[in-house]
Design a protein around this ligand. Sequence first.
Ligand SMILES: [Zn+2]
Length: 293
Amino acid sequence: MVDAHTHVFVPEVIRERSRYVGHDLWFEHLYADPKSLLIDSNDLLLSMDEAGIDQAVMCGFPWHDLGICREHNDYMDESSRTAGGRLAWLGIVPAGGGRPAAVEAERCFGLGAAGIGELNADAQRFELTDPASLAPVLEVCLSHDKPVMLHATEPVGHAYRGKGTATPDRVIAFLEAFPALRVVLAHWGGGLPFYELMPEIAVAAARVVYDSAASTYLYRPRVFRAVLDVIGPERVLFGSDYPVLRMDRFLRRVRETAALRPEELAPVLGGNARRVYGLTTPDADVIVEEHQL
Ligand SMILES: [Zn+2]
């Protein structure tokens, strides 16, 4: 069992939320409200134990400031090292940050990051349709053969905090500019899987996988069935966006109401994430110990 999309914060950011609210527009947009939950990696492990989830992929936050990204990356690296293989992480850098951001991406891979993400065009003020500005960071991913996880969003439907403008038309321009890049599109790719019924879009998106982050805020449970029927069982990752969705509740809902076929459970609930992010098996004793708590 792998949750492929979670968010943790440095404890100091949680303690001093208001200071960071004044420092980053997107953080202010999402977290100025003290009721918006922020968690650290210990909270994440507790939630995994409650839900029976063995491994999780941690994302940080799409900071615009490279210095804050660096501190966030150091925290996730440290958390991962002490978690017995249960926590993988994605390095965060401002995607349009040129050479300095590329150097940080390189450093993340040196530390053991499983990819780069969750990149966010609105939060980090880059343009998905301007490939030249993104090339330095993405070339580092290409040279390490690591995936990029990108926030994507629906061009239609209700407005919500964090929705942004990374819609399928822009995402396709991005995919066509980087045809060899391995890409994970968060939040069902803003609906891109449905356009894969168009042959040319299926070609452009063939190496893309989609995660289900925040699914129940956006779609009915049958989104799993609908997407799996279009793109097959190898390209869907179970991800909660925890703490946006509660892991145990979302997992139960998926098992009970998403109409997954028995042969789809293993890839969707873990196997695909392990392949895409290159996860290794956690120490067996760590899982047993944690689950006994
Ligand atoms: Zn997310």
